[in-house]
Design a protein around this ligand. Structure first.
Ligand SMILES: NC(=O)c1ccc[n+]([C@@H]2O[C@H](COP(=O)([O-])OP(=O)(O)OC[C@H]3O[C@@H](n4cnc5c(N)ncnc54)[C@H](O)[C@@H]3O)[C@@H](O)[C@H]2O)c1
Length: 358
């Protein structure tokens, strides 16, 4: 039997059980344990998933069975943890956003490169079948000239969700609808239609007055290929409806709703188009109504890909280098919203998220 790779999850909070279920569902993977500064949280999940509880990263890194660390910490803590894992010779999957600045992101990538370990990021929506079909259609030129790439995310998160931990109310820790929730869908626009060359953003707080964050983002994007796009993203809009990703070109339109292909129409029909129209499941929650209203299948694909990349030596499908431009767009959005002007890319390596001003 082939040897299984051992996985350790760093951070035993909201997303950790989804990583755990995904690891358990992968062949070739073994869940070793959970590490959390709040050891009771690690113990609770360890009991649930029949794994070991560690009081922190150092303790988990000493365990010889850990080959890969899934970093599921608050956003501002990813960079140090990833660099530490790399120095210990562990492969890493980091949650999104990879880090808070481009400089930190580059330092993480460099640390993993130097250590010879694989490094991936869970912008897991990229592995959805509908997104993969859209990406292939873009690469095959089926849309003709790209005209629009839009993300409409009308979600809901309660005030209690924000108040459940201090980091969820702090922009400096990576909270706010833009860098936290919309990151996935800005990433899809970047992945499908990027690179971007200019952004203009407006950020408001519509329904969470006790929290000093934007809960709503409106942004325009200009892409280098001449297409334009709109991002409407909110956690203020009860009860929350499925995200829409819309790609339009001179020769075709594709719309994904949640994970389902809702529209797939091209001037030139191909034999596989009927099957593509059937992609997705309308009853699969994708995060619209609550942070835990998601499945773990997309994470499983990212983990299976990590296992294969370790075994074969190739790069993971979602490298952190490929997510860097998304962070760059997000940082430019914060800059634009603070200044009230459009911002051209690239941004400075040390550009960071601007503090919230009403
Ligand atoms: N990919 C997705 O769809 C998705 C969904 C939700 C969250 N996330 C990401 O997952 C990450 C975690 O989010 P969450 O909602 O689970 O947060 P959370 O606050 O629920 O969990 C974070 C955990 O990390 C622990 N922690 C904090 N500092 C630590 C340290 N130095 N060492 C060890 N443990 C520490 C906390 O005690 C907490 O249990 C974030 O990056 C977030 O953006 C991704």
């Amino acid at each position: 039997m082939e040897q299984e790779l051992g996985f350790g999850i760093l951070g035993a909070g909201l997303i950790a059980p989804f990583h755990a279920k995904a690891i358990k569902a992968c062949s070739g993977a073994r869940l070793v344990g959970f590490a959390d500064v709040n050891k009771a949280r690690a113990e609770k999940l360890a009991a649930e998933f029949d794994a070991t509880a560690f009081g922190g990263l150092d303790e988990m890194l000493c365990h010889p069975a850990v080959d890969v660390v899934n970093v599921a910490l608050p956003n501002h803590l990813h960079a140090d943890a990833v660099i530490k894992c790399a120095a210990a010779g562990k492969h890493v999957i980091t949650e999104k956003p990879p880090a808070m600045t481009l400089r930190e992101t580059d330092a993480m990538v460099e640390a993993c490169r130097k250590a010879g370990v694989k490094f991936a990021c869970t912008v897991q929506c990229r592995v959805r079948k509908a997104v993969q079909a859209m990406k292939k259609a873009v690469s095959d030129g089926r849309f003709g000239r790209l005209l629009h790439a839009d993300a409409i995310m009308k979600w809901f998160r309660s005030t209690e969700y924000y108040q459940s931990d201090a980091w969820r109310m702090s922009r400096r820790s990576g909270a706010g609808v833009t860098v936290q929730h919309a990151f996935h869908y800005i990433d899809l626009l970047q992945h499908l239609a990027g690179p971007a060359r200019r952004v203009q953003a407006r950020m408001t707080n519509l329904a969470h007055p006790s929290i000093a964050l934007e809960d709503t983002l409106l942004a325009f994007l200009d892409f280098e290929n001449g297409a334009q796009g709109v991002v409407e993203a909110s956690t203020a809009l009860w009860p929350g409806t499925d995200v829409r990703i819309e790609i339009n070109g001179t020769d075709g339109t594709a719309i994904m709703v949640g994970e389902r292909m809702a529209t797939w129409k091209f001037r030139e029909e191909t034999p596989e188009d009927d099957a593509i129209r059937q992609i997705g499941n309308a009853s699969q929650p994708t995060g619209a109504t609550g942070a835990a209203d998601i499945g773990y299948h997309d994470h499983q694909v990212v983990i299976e890909d990590m296992i294969d990349s370790i075994k074969t030596g190739r790069d993971p499908i979602i490298t952190v280098e490929s997510v860097r431009p998304t962070l760059e767009i997000v940082l430019a959005m914060y800059h634009s919203a603070a200044k009230g002007t459009p911002v051209d890319l690239p941004v400075e390596d040390d550009e960071s998220i601007w503090e919230w001003r009403k």
